[in-house]
Ligand binder design. Structure first.
Ligand SMILES: [Zn+2]
Ligand SMILES: [Zn+2]
Length: 299
């Protein structure tokens, strides 16, 4: 690993997006066969992290990013071109044929699926539709949300785990090669918006069970919304994060999330931790003035 993930200098938006020369997509090589793509905050405040895992038979792209913000200068994300360049470069370097491409999603929110169209018609490519029937059928998860599935990439196998709660089709992906656990919007350094509390609580338990029995080296979510100050979030919609929290979390954070969910059990509430904030659904009648402020971001 060239640069430790904790110290990668990510693009993080700009005070004046009209003057930035940042790329729309930053590509970071996590290891020989794994890439992290960060989208520009000047394109979308969501600034998603996408993950691309390469194997001899298949490459797996997790998420395709957001639509441009209304005022964004650039209206199209060069995602297809970026992925093609990474895959072709990797194949050339390794001296192997290009693998097939699977485009899948941590979940179905708009900021995770909006680049899907760019892969329409790409040869040897399968885009998993962001619906529960398509996800359960493609990965082989007939007992959703129970059970787990394996996906063989060729010399590299990933495990897919249902973790609904933030959104009904949410999955986590564990890569046995790197030990990375990809947790999408269920756990990342930011505001963890929960739509279905009982489902989310069970998913946190499922993630905790996985980190207890599998080797997990790092936990990678899809956004960064915390500052480096413990417990402090950037406001929703921020397009400049010069002091943002590092992307990687640890297995200890998974256990912390699980313990927090169990501690709140039947009485969930806004729960601020150093590295993430849990926001359960606001009960009807408790909405105005409730901690957490504005409407849920829906992402
Ligand atoms: Zn999101
Ligand atoms: Zn989401």
């Amino acid at each position: 690993m060239a640069t430790p993930l904790e110290s990668v200098a990510w693009i993080h938006g700009a005070a004046d997006c009209s003057g930035t020369s940042d790329p729309l997509i930053q590509v970071h090589r996590l290891d020989r066969d794994t890439f992290v793509l960060r989208l520009s905050k000047c394109y979308s405040f969501e600034a998603n992290f996408l993950h691309l895992l390469l194997g001899r038979r298949r490459a797996l792209l997790l998420d395709t990013g957001a639509r441009p913000d209304p005022g964004a200068r650039d209206r199209t994300l060069p995602l297809r071109r970026t992925v093609d360049e990474v895959v072709t470069g990797w194949s050339t370097e390794r001296g192997v044929p290009e693998p097939d491409l699977v485009v899948a999603h941590t979940h179905a929110h708009g900021d995770h699926v909006s680049g899907d169209d760019q892969f329409t018609g790409r040869p040897r490519t399968h885009v998993v539709a962001p619906t529960l029937p398509a996800v359960t059928e493609f990965f082989g998860l007939p007992d959703w949300p129970d059970g787990e599935a394996g996906l063989e990439l060729g010399g590299r196998r990933v495990t897919v785990l249902p973790i609904p709660g933030h959104e009904p089709t949410h999955i986590a992906v564990h890569d046995s090669r790197t030990g990375a656990l990809f947790t999408g919007d269920t756990l990342y350094p930011g505001l963890l918006t929960v739509r279905d509390w009982p489902a989310y609580r069970r998913s946190a338990a499922r993630l905790a069970d996985l980190v207890r029995r599998e080797e997990v080296s790092v936990v990678l979510g899809a956004h960064v919304e915390m500052t480096r100050t413990p417990g402090q979030l950037y406001p929703l919609g921020t397009t400049h994060q010069p002091d943002e929290h590092p992307l990687p979390l640890t297995p200890a954070h998974v256990l912390e999330l699980h313990e927090a969910c169990e501690a709140m059990a039947g009485a969930p509430h806004l729960d601020v931790h150093d590295d993430f904030v849990i926001r359960p659904p606001v009960p009807d009648g408790a909405r105005p003035g409730a901690a957490g402020g504005s409407a849920p971001p829906g992402t």
